[in-house]
Design a binder for this molecule. Structure first.
Ligand code: UD1
Length: 428
């Protein structure tokens, strides 16, 4: 199994190309199930989760072809992929596939809307809480679907979905994606209230509209969808990854240095950038990306609470905790989205961090130095928080279970070593 070896202590200087967002690419790929014509996606990142979803979609009958564009060493590896779901050959998504990636559960929406039925395994995915699917079931029932849960599978049926008003009892990104896709092919108008406002929801709405759907209001908490009879092919660009952007910004805020995050968009993560600026880094949005600098002064502790967009994202919570481990004082980090997302705490402690948990809040007492150690993590964002801490720690840190990183960070070690970090992958 691959490991990442880091020798900490170097400042980061240079530029890092920001990849297309994993969390936008996945629902856009799934939207290809809605039409027999070709959906072309630009700026698709090369990640294990994307490859896994290609396999899952292939099972349903989606063909794909890739126009690769491998550019020179330190630039993005943006791919254009064409997806064509000419015939849906199977409306069943088996446990073996869905359990590897939770987002693949989302195929339930387009399969049901286009084919009138879907049988999708209950998901697995990151071990960050129970992550139920009640909102999906509730929402699709509101659109007239008959749903049974049997032997670990959700069976959904509807001759044709009917538009309706649905108020999400809780904000859910995935359930908003699924309801938008399902309602696009429903009969009549659907109004979704308390919808997720994440940029990935907006990207999916743009994609659906380019395919001929009538989705209004994405990005606000009320989304209106006028159902249409069919959708057609389209070409859509995946937005830049705001979590990757925030992760590297935090790495620079921690090690010090001066890096241009090429292609990053500040409007996708303003709340996180505001927090990073409060810690003492200088953040300058430019035409080509976001410049992040920290020179001289130490790291100021800042309290954060995770919230749905536009609040501070849960997917940056672990990384921010990494940064706070070396702040000049105490910070409090409260997680409100997932109930079990502090698994990085004990690993950060192995590097010398002082963190106490009080329910959903982590109280971090900044230390003046961290020391490298072997660590491992149990989810994607937690793993990268250990990379950030390792970059600032004295000596060698070995991060085990790199497959978590490969799910969501494209060419992480190349991007960081290109900015002066000592970081390498050890195979085997
Ligand atoms: C997506 C992101 C993930 C991010 C999360 C929150 C992708 C591929 N993943 O995950 O990286 O951390 O948004 O920003 O885009 N919930 C229920 N019932 C449901 C569905 C969700 O109770 O039926 C709960 C979840 O357990 C969680 C909360 O709602 O507590 C928010 O989860 P949700 O927004 O649905 O996360 P995902 O879409 O799975």
């Amino acid at each position: 199994m691959d490991r990442i070896r880091i020798v900490g202590g170097n400042k980061l200087t240079g530029s890092i190309p920001i990849s297309g967002a994993k969390n936008a690419a996945l629902p856009l790929m799934i939207a290809s199930l809605l039409t027999e014509e070709t959906l072309t996606l630009d700026n698709v990142p090369h990640l294990a989760d994307v490859e896994q979803l290609i396999r899952i979609l292939g099972n349903h009958g989606v063909d794909y072809s890739v126009n690769g564009r491998r550019e020179e060493q330190n630039t993005a590896y943006a791919r254009t992929i064409h997806f064509t779901a000419h015939d849906i050959v199977d409306t069943m998504a088996p446990y073996e596939l869905v359990s590897k990636m939770r987002a693949s559960f989302w195929v339930i929406g387009p399969l049901l809307a286009r084919m009138g039925e879907a049988k999708v395994s209950l998901p697995g995915g990151c071990a960050i809480g129970t992550r139920p699917v009640d909102l999906f079931i509730d929402g699709l029932q509101a659109l007239g679907a008959a749903i049974d849960v049997e032997n670990g599978y959700v069976l959904a049926k509807a001759k044709r979905l009917r538009g309706n008003r649905y108020v999400f009892p809780k904000v859910s990104v995935g359930a908003t994606h699924v309801m938008m896709m399902a309602a696009s092919l429903a009969e009549g108008e659907t109004v979704l209230e308390n919808a997720a406002r994440e940029p990935e929801v907006v990207n999916l709405a743009e994609c659906l509209n380019a395919m001929g759907a009538k989705v209004y209001g994405a990005g606000s908490s009320t989304i209106t969808i006028e159902g249409v009879d069919r959708l057609h092919g389209a070409r859509v660009t995946v937005i830049p990854d705001r979590i990757e952007t925030g992760t590297y910004a935090m790495a620079i805020a921690m090690t010090g240095g001066d890096v241009m995050l090429e292609g990053a968009r500040a409007d996708l993560l303003q709340s996180a950038l505001d927090v990073i600026a409060q810690t003492g880094a200088e953040i300058t949005p430019t035409n080509s990306g976001i410049r992040v600098m920290r020179n001289g002064a130490g790291i100021t502790p800042v309290d954060v609470t995770t919230e749905p967009f536009p609040g501070f994202p849960t997917d940056l919570q672990a990384q921010f905790m990494g940064l706070m481990t070396m702040a000049k004082g105490r910070s409090r980090i409260t997680e409100t989205i997932f109930e079990n997302r502090f698994m990085h705490v004990q690993e950060l402690a192995r590097l010398g961090a002082h963190i106490n948990l009080a329910g959903q809040t982590a109280i971090v007492e900044g230390v003046t130095k961290l020391k490298g150690a072997p660590v491992m993590a149990t989810d994607l964002r937690a793993s990268v928080s250990l990379v950030i801490a390792g970059l600032a720690a004295e000596g060698e840190t070995i991060v085990n279970r790199v497959y978590h990183l490969d799910r969501g960070f494209e060419r992480l070690e190349q991007k960081l070593s290109g900015c002066g970090a000592t970081i390498e992958r050890i195979s085997g």
